[in-house]
Design a protein around this ligand. Structure first.
Ligand SMILES: NC(=O)c1ccc[n+]([C@@H]2O[C@H](COP(=O)([O-])OP(=O)(O)OC[C@H]3O[C@@H](n4cnc5c(N)ncnc54)[C@H](OP(=O)(O)O)[C@@H]3O)[C@@H](O)[C@H]2O)c1
Length: 363
C-alpha cells in the first residue's frame, strides 16, 4: 500500500518504456524514505507489449498497491485521465515525438536525458509545451543531487579554492558493444547511439555547473574531437572556454574504459576540489584540498560526504512535483533554456567531431 502524506504534493505518473532507466526511476521514487517531499504514485505503464509491461511491474514494483494500469502502447498512457505527468524512459531518438504526443494530450512531462537528438528538436518540444501550458523538464537527475548545491556554495559563495580556472571531468564506461544486439540503443545510430549524448552530457553538465554562473546567454567557445565507429562516437573530447574569464573545462566521454572514482577535478587559485562517485552521474563525496606545494605530498583536504537513500532519482521527481503544485511550467534547477543550451553545445561538438544521426541526414 502506498502511504500518502496529504500535506505533500502528489503526482500520478505514467511511465513510457520499461527498460533499465524506468526500472531504476520507478523503484526509487516509490521506495519508503525517511523524509519524503512528495507522494509519487505510479498510475500507468506503457510498453511495447502487455506481457512486457506486466513483467516490469512484477519484477520492479511487486508490492505497489494499487498496482499500475499496464497498457500495450504509449498513447493509452497519454490519454489516461488519471495520469498527471509522463516519464519518458526510451532511447533519445524517440523523445521528441513522445514529448509532443504527451503534451498534445495535455500531460506534464519529465523526459530522460539527452532531452532530444538536437537543439532544434528540443525547441519544437518547448514550443508545444508553451502552447499547451504544461510543465516540462529534462530528467538530468544529477543536478538535483544535494552534493551539487553544497559544491556550488563551497565553490562560488565561500570561494574555498579561490577563483576557479580549470575543470577536468570524465565519464567513461567499459561497454562490450560487440556483445549487444545491433538494435540496442547503445549501438544503433537511429536510436541516438554514442557516448556524447549518453554520458558526455554529464561531463558537459559538470563543466557548466562549476565554470559558469548559470546564465543561458553565457556561451563558451568549444573545441571538440570525436572517435567514430560504426556510425556513432565511441569517444568524445571537448574543451569549453569562456572568453570573458579564460576558464577552461576539459571534458570527455568514452565507451572504452571506466573512469576511476575521482571523475571530476576543479582547480582554483587557492587549491582544488576532487569529486568522487561510482560514475559522473552519481556523485558521493568531494574533497577541498589546498594547493600542492613543490616537494610536499598533497594534503588530504576537507571531505564532504553525501549518503542518499536508494539511488536518488526522487530528488528530480520531488522537484517536478513541487514545481507543478506551485503552477510552474519549468523548474529552476533544470530550466528549459538550459536544456536548449546543453543541446546546442552538444550539436556544436558533433558538428566539429562528425557524429550525425540518420534522422538529421534526411532533413
Ligand atoms: N538518468 C540516468 O542515469 C540514465 C541511465 C540510463 C539511461 N538513461 C536514459 O534513459 C533512456 C533509456 O535508456 P535505457 O538504458 O533505459 O534504455 P533501454 O534499457 O534500452 O530501454 C528503453 C526502453 O524504451 C522502449 N523502446 C521503445 N522503442 C524502442 C526502440 N525502438 N528501441 C529500444 N527501446 C525502445 C522499450 O520499452 P518497451 O518495450 O516497454 O516499450 C525499452 O525497454 C535514454 O535516453 C538514456 O539516455 C538515463
Amino acid at each position: 500500500m502506498v502511504t500518502v502524506n496529504e500535506s505533500l504534493p502528489a503526482l500520478r505518473w505514467g511511465i513510457i518504456g520499461t527498460g533499465l532507466i524506468s526500472s531504476w526511476f520507478t523503484s526509487d521514487i516509490t521506495a519508503p524514505r525517511k523524509s519524503p517531499k512528495a507522494n509519487h504514485i505510479i498510475q500507468a505503464i506503457g510498453s511495447s507489449s502487455l506481457e512486457k509491461g506486466k513483467s516490469f511491474v512484477s519484477q520492479h514494483l511487486p508490492t505497489l498497491s494499487p498496482s499500475p494500469t499496464v497498457y500495450p502502447n504509449y498513447q493509452a498512457v497519454y490519454d489516461d485521465p488519471n495520469v498527471d505527468i509522463i516519464y519518458i524512459g526510451t532511447p533519445h531518438a524517440l523523445h521528441k515525438q513522445q514529448c509532443l504526443d504527451a503534451i498534445a494530450a495535455g500531460k506534464h512531462v519529465l523526459c530522460e536525458k539527452a532531452f532530444t537528438l538536437n537543439a532544434s528538436e528540443a525547441r519544437d518540444v518547448l514550443a508545444a509545451a508553451a502552447a499547451k501550458n504544461v510543465f516540462v523538464m529534462e530528467a538530468m537527475w544529477t543536478r538535483f543531487h544535494p552534493l551539487v548545491a553544497t559544491l556550488h556554495k563551497v565553490l562560488h559563495e565561500e570561494k574555498a579554492i579561490g577563483d576557479v580556472h580549470r575543470v577536468y571531468c570524465d565519464f567513461g564506461l567499459d561497454i562490450d558493444l560487440a556483445s549487444l544486439p545491433s538494435t540496442s540503443r547503445l549501438r544503433d545510430p537511429a536510436m541516438g547511439a554514442g557516448s556524447l549524448l549518453d554520458i558526455g552530457i554529464y561531463a558537459l553538465t559538470w563543466g557548466l555547473l562549476t565554470l559558469d554562473p548559470g546564465s543561458a546567454e553565457d556561451k563558451p567557445d568549444i573545441v571538440a574531437a570525436q572517435t567514430l565507429r560504426d556510425g556513432f562516437d565511441i569517444a568524445s573530447s571537448f574543451i569549453i572556454t569562456y572568453p570573458s574569464t579564460g576558464r577552461q573545462g576539459i571534458l570527455t566521454s568514452t565507451m572504452q574504459s571506466r573512469t576511476p572514482e575521482t571523475f571530476l577535478r576543479i582547480e582554483g587559485t587557492a587549491g582544488y576540489i576532487l569529486v568522487e562517485g561510482p560514475a559522473a552521474s552519481l556523485p558521493r563525496s568531494f574533497s577541498v584540498c589546498p594547493k600542492i606545494k613543490l616537494g610536499s605530498p598533497p594534503e588530504e583536504g576537507r571531505k564532504y560526504e553525501f549518503e542518499v537513500e536508494g539511488k536518488g532519482f526522487y530528488f528530480e521527481a520531488d522537484a517536478a512535483a513541487e514545481s507543478i503544485s506551485q503552477g510552474r511550467k519549468e523548474n529552476e534547477i533544470m530550466p528549459l533554456a538550459e536544456t536548449v543550451r546543453v543541446m546546442e553545445i552538444l550539436d556544436e561538438i558533433r558538428r566539429q567531431g562528425g557524429a550525425t544521426f540518420p534522422q538529421e541526414e534526411a532533413v
